[in-house]
Design a protein around this ligand. Structure first.
Ligand code: F6R
Length: 590
């Protein structure tokens, strides 16, 4: 993953870069660093930990100069150490690079360079600094040395390079990882995400794969992989800066859980034309395949169910990282629906490329305007839920469900029914959140001594069990499994012993009787039952109440108290639910 940024202009580079990195931290937060060019030298500060810790320990903001590059890291190659943190330098310390992606042939390159170059880190990235050094002969411009170096790289990269040889130039190039250039007045920017420089400019140029931008304070030149000049007009983004405000909550995750009644309303406000175009794409396709990862995949599973129930369309869900192995039947008659909060998840983008190479059409459902996925798609529906800062998806998951409900009902020509129901649910959820704000923390505290949980459900609620379990794993570091209740007796039941917590999602829909019968089976083996329902039952040892809604809409109301449960389980274990270990918000490596 990782986030990169570069700046050249008239402002102190360290301030611009540091501020930009705060908005890239969702891409990685295990270490960070900045290198600036000043008075013929590179000045470098980097450290381990979250950005605020690195700044506290290393004082990045004191770096001199008006040109520089920065990086936030999510380790792929090499442990989380200061040496492995970016930027990385060449032997002579006149080239600095920051990288997002993976260099697959780095070991081979390392072997080739090791006779002449001393590598200090364990990263795949450092070889690129030494490779550029190899080509940086007297009189060779930096851009040419970088161009020659990247020709030898196999893998994915968004690279930003600074050098004392051209003290006011940033060279940036990409393949498979996003990069966007920001055009200012007498200053220019480049980053993995335009949010990093949005306070300075909204005028941007998106780079395509294998393109290179040569950026000075007064000019941006773009070349193709073959050195040909690329003429591309800039676009002015009509996008608000994502404001990192917790609105009185201690954590973003809790704020975002409480944002959800409003998120339902915002997601319901779809542009009618786009929704109609999306429905037409579904109706004119022979087959529909959803693809996504993590929480977005659980949303897709609910979409599949809704497509069957409401739109009477059979569809399938393929995990994006499996798409290449499994998408053989995809052709020009296929519609691939890709769901992604970030629109930058590398697995999803790779899956989509594969589908497009087979002629499929792509409808994407994304939150981030201007994201790679949105730009690649034939049609995009937006979540409209605002920036989500906590690593765990909450309001984006719910918003994805809302868009899927709208789409399924649109395909069936019944859009208004869904809109009416969603408005009602928003109000019910608001009330329910206040009710559960007391009850759920108590439940999480009471159950905080347990280290394994099972979530069971049936039908449309099955994916809610998976999503709720994922939330508990990622923020509370508790092993859990979300499963179809009917599958219990086929193996997992062997794990249930006296006191094992089993969370049963048992609303008053068509699944209720069957799920209660599975609850009896686990209870008979000593399980402690937490019932999530709109109707109590004597089988429940603990009851988490949800509102009564139309039977297809229960996922919207049953996931919310379970998000709260995961959040409070993290708090009960003294963990930071906003930035769980080993994870990042946007997964930009495959
Ligand atoms: C879980 C979570 C992840 C993401 C997954 C896909 O809470 O946030 O599982 O859902 O990495 O991310 P997007 O939706 O950005 O493609």
């Amino acid at each position: 993953m990782c986030g990169v940024i570069g700046y050249t202009g008239k402002q102190p580079a360290a301030d611009v870069l540091l501020d930009g990195l705060t908005r890239l931290e969702y891409r990685g937060y295990d270490s960070a660093g900045v290198a600036t060019v000043f008075n013929g030298d590179l000045h470098l500060k980097k450290g381990v930990g979250k950005l605020e810790e690195v700044e506290r320990d290393c004082c990045i903001s004191r770096l001199p100069g008006t040109t520089g590059i920065g990086h936030v890291r999510w380790a792929t190659h090499g442990g989380v150490t200061v040496t492995n943190a970016h930027p990385h330098l060449d032997c002579l310390k006149f080239i600095a690079i920051a990288h997002n992606g993976i260099i697959y042939n780095y070991q081979q390159l390392r072997r080739k360079l090791s006779a002449k170059h001393e590598m200090v880190s364990e990263t795949d990235t450092e070889v690129v600094a030494h490779l550029i050094e190899e080509y940086m002969l007297p009189g060779v411009p930096l851009e040419q040395a970088v161009a020659r170096a990247v020709k030898e790289i196999q893998g994915t990269y968004a690279l930003v390079v600074a050098s004392t040889v051209e003290p006011q130039t940033i060279v940036a190039t990409r393949k498979g990882s996003p990069l966007v250039v920001g055009i200012g007045k007498g200053e220019n920017f480049v980053s993995s995400d335009f949010q990093a420089f949005l306070p300075h400019t909204r005028k941007v140029l998106f780079l395509d794969d294998e393109e290179m931008a040569v950026i000075t304070p007064g000019k941006v030149n773009i070349h193709s992989a073959y050195g040909k000049k690329v003429f591309r007009g800039s676009v002015t983004l009509d996008i608000e800066l994502a404001v990192r405000e917790k609105n009185g909550f201690d954590f973003f995750m809790l704020k975002e859980i409480f944002d959800q009644p409003q998120a339902i309303i915002s997601a319901t406000k779809q542009e009618k034309e786009a929704l109609q175009k999306a429905a037409n794409l579904v109706n004119s396709s022979r087959s529909v395949v959803f693809t996504a990862c993590g929480s977005s995949r659980y949303a897709s599973l609910i979409g599949r169910y809704m497509f069957s129930k409401i739109a009477h369309r059979f569809s399938d869900v393929i995990i994006s990282s499996e798409f290449g192995y499994f998408g053989d039947a995809v052709d020009e008659q296929t519609l691939v629906i890709a769901l992604s909060q970030s629109g930058e998840t590398a697995d999803v983008i790779q899956g989509i490329k594969e589908a497009q190479s087979r002629g499929a059409k792509v409808l994407s459902i994304v939150n981030t305007i201007g994201s790679t996925l949105a730009r690649m798609s034939d049609c995009t529906l937006y979540l409209n839920c605002g920036a989500e800062f906590a690593v765990a998806a909450t309001k984006s998951f719910l918003s994805e469900l809302v868009v899927l409900y709208l789409l399924s009902f649109s395909v069936a020509g019944r859009l208004e029914e869904a809109e009416t129901e969603l408005v009602k649910i928003s109000a019910l959820l608001d009330e329910n959140l206040r009710l559960n704000n007391d009850a759920v923390p108590k439940a999480a505290n009471m159950l905080s001594k347990y280290d394994k949980f099972y979530y069971i459900a049936r039908g449309i609620n099955f994916a809610v069990a998976g999503e709720a379990s994922l939330k508990l794993k990622e923020v509370a570091y508790v092993h859990s499994e979300g499963m179809s209740a009917g599958e219990l007796k086929h193996g997992t039941l062997a794990l249930v012993e006296n006191g094992t917590p089993v969370i049963a999602i048992a609303p008053c829909d068509g699944t209720r009787d069957d799920i209660l019968s599975n609850v009896s089976e686990v209870k008979a083996r000593g399980a402690y039952i937490i019932g999530v329902s709109d109707k109590p039952d004597k089988l429940f040892d603990m009851y988490i109440e949800i509102p009564r809604v139309n039977e297809y809409f229960y996922p919207l109301v049953s996931i919310v108290p379970l998000q709260l449960f995961a959040f409070h389980s993290a708090i009960a274990r003294s963990l930071d639910p906003d930035r769980p270990r080993n994870l990042a918000k946007s997964v930009t490596v495959t």
